[in-house]
Write a protein that binds this ligand. Structure first.
Ligand code: HEM
Length: 543
């Protein structure tokens, strides 16, 4: 038989064999799953599991799903991620072993113990979020902490935030009083431009691009060509990275590699992640050269990239002790940290800010007290908001921010994997179990809060007699992996709130409607629309 004939007989067989192979793998997976389900220790109440994709059909909004499970099953229940068993804890006393920042914690690992998806993306040995190598994570973590908490960095960020806010004010003035403003989008633009500038030193034009999208062609501003062409793609890819992480985390290996449709999506996402890494690499290498060419006595810029490139090098006077070894960060580590800082920060800040604006507008008494505090500290619209004044002068504004994130927590669920056998909630668990903690529930749990559903910022003031109980309020998490960006987030959100309420009467376009949000790793605000009116007409021209 000719080679051609042999091939034509082989091809249909191969085509038939592939789906069969896939079905066999799925069947084995289902059998493995049911055996481990039936033989599991400490069976708890919880949702009936489905193999392969767990309860994803019910999880179109995972957070609401977990809240429903809490109502049905109480403080502890089990759930499944694919075929992996997990338990959810909704009380602080049950989660004590997880809510510790000790490096001896058994809960260092995120959900990566058996997840090849993040390995495939290279997330498990670099950066922080997926890093499963303690020594490596620890070095990266100390370096990032050091940079993000440095006064120089936060001062720069507060200044850039004010510049970007003023830019947005110019656009609002153009649109005029009485125009409904989609604040979720405006705040996203401000947050993107502020953070990319302070993370990398680069200018982006998310705000002006959004402004252009609202206007007729002849009113649109031209933006620097090179910047907008590459940066709009750059920003889209940056914003997509947490979605890509979620996909690779949830979808099993054989689906990502063989299932029609899913395979194509996985390949496209992987390409996007690689493209982004290479773009960030160019920015890093360019800055490296600039720093090498710095003249004697010339000052370094205060963006995160410059700080990370110089830390523990001769260009920097700070030595950050990183346990066993002190060394500068390498290029791959810096790239991953920049991408993570952006993707963990931008959306969370935008959403926390939108939720705070919503709560303030919904509660006129809180709004009046907040405005009175801001007016007392900054009597004139032209007073510059300094880093120093942000740190201590706005206790009520801080309390409002906390109360907003108590009632609507941006990152309500954290989940870690135990590296050793452990006892939790009165049960013994084998190493490898995934343990979730729902801070969204804990933040409104009757055991810890008086009148938990009411918006009462006063509960966070020093004068309040009913003190907040330890570990019951953790909007930035409370594990060993507690958010390293929490100081940045606090200053940035406060800056934006002060800038907004010092000058504008802010009204919700639909005051009777509840804020809409959905969950995708974090709670995301949907379409918050407001009207802005200048509080003092004299200042209309300031913008
Ligand atoms: C309102 C804003 C923010 C919220 C609500 C938030 C919340 C959180 C939470 C709950 C965690 C998980 C903590 C845990 O597992 O115990 C986390 C981790 C993280 N956050 Fe944030 N975050 C915010 C802003 C930021 C910003 C501005 C940055 C960077 C500039 C950032 C960078 C990170 C990183 C890198 C991690 C992973 C840490 C690790 O695994 O070691 N976050 N964040």
């Amino acid at each position: 038989m000719s080679i051609y004939a042999q091939l034509t007989t082989l091809i249909p067989q191969t085509i038939l064999l592939l789906p069969l192979l896939l079905l066999t793998i799925i069947l084995l997976h289902v059998i493995h799953f049911y055996i481990s389900y039936i033989t599991r220790e400490n069976p708890l109440p919880g949702p009936i599991p489905l193999p392969l994709v767990g309860n994803l059909h019910q999880m179109s909004d995972t957070y609401r799903f977990f809240n429903k499970c809490y109502e049905q099953y109480g403080d502890i229940f089990e759930y499944y991620i694919g075929n992996r068993r997990a338990i959810m804890l909704n009380r602080v006393d049950m989660a004590e072993n997880i809510l510790t920042q000790s490096t001896k914690s058994k809960y260092f690992l995120r959900l990566v113990a058996s997840n090849q998806g993040w390995e495939e993306l290279g997330f498990t040995e670099r950066g922080l979020v997926g890093n499963k190598v303690m020594k490596n994570w620890s070095l990266n973590r100390r370096m990032l902490n050091f940079c993000l908490t440095s006064t120089k960095y936060i001062k720069e960020m507060v200044n850039v935030a004010q510049e970007r806010f003023s830019e947005a004010e110019g656009y609002w003035a153009e649109l005029g009083d009485g125009t409904p403003l989609e604040f979720t989008k405006w705040m996203h633009g401000i947050s993107v431009d502020t953070q990319i500038r302070t993370l990398t030193g680069q200018m982006t034009y998310a705000l002006s691009a959004y402004r252009n999208s609202l206007l007729a062609e002849h009113q649109q501003q031209s933006l620097p060509d090179s910047a907008i062409n590459s940066y709009s793609k750059f920003i889209n890819h940056l914003c997509a990275i947490s979605r890509i992480g979620q996909f690779f985390y949830l979808i099993p290996w054989y689906f990502r590699h063989y299932a029609p449709g899913i395979r194509g999506t996985a390949e496209r996402m992987k390409k996007e992640a690689m493209w982004l890494q290479e773009e960030v690499r160019k920015i890093v290498q360019e800055r490296k050269k600039e720093i090498e060419n710095l003249k004697e006595g010339e000052e370094l810029r205060a963006d995160l990239l410059s700080l990370m490139l110089t830390i523990n090098t001769q260009k920097d006077l700070n030595v950050v002790k990183t346990g066993e070894f002190e060394r500068p960060l390498n290029e791959d580590e810096i790239i991953q940290l920049l991408i993570e800082a952006f993707s963990a920060g931008v959306d969370s800040i935008t959403n926390a800010l939108c939720f705070a604006i919503y709560h303030i507008c919904k509660h006129p008494a809180a709004k009046s007290r907040l405005i009175a505090e801001i007016d007392a500290a900054l009597p004139s619209d032209t007073d510059i908001l300094s880093y120093e004044s942000l740190s201590g002068s706005f206790p009520y504004t801080t309390a409002v921010m906390k109360e907003s994130s108590r009632l609507l927590t941006v990152a309500p669920i954290i989940a870690q994997v135990s590296s050793e056998d452990d006892e939790l909630a009165g049960y013994r668990w084998r190493a490898g179990i995934t343990v979730g903690v729902n801070h969204g529930i804990i933040h409104r749990h009757k055991a810890y809060w008086k009148d938990p559903e009411a918006f009462k910022p006063e509960r966070f003031l020093d004068e309040c007699e009913d003190k907040v109980k330890p570990k019951t309020f953790l909007p930035f998490g409370g594990t060993l992996r507690i958010c390293p960006g929490r100081f940045v987030a606090d200053r940035l959100i406060k800056t934006f709130l002060i800038m907004l309420f010092r000058k504008y009467e802010v009204e919700l376009c639909e005051p009777d409607k509840e804020v809409e949000y959905y969950y995708a790793m974090t709670n995301k605000c949907k379409g918050l629309k407001v009207y802005l009116k200048n509080r003092n007409k004299e200042h209309m021209t300031v913008a």
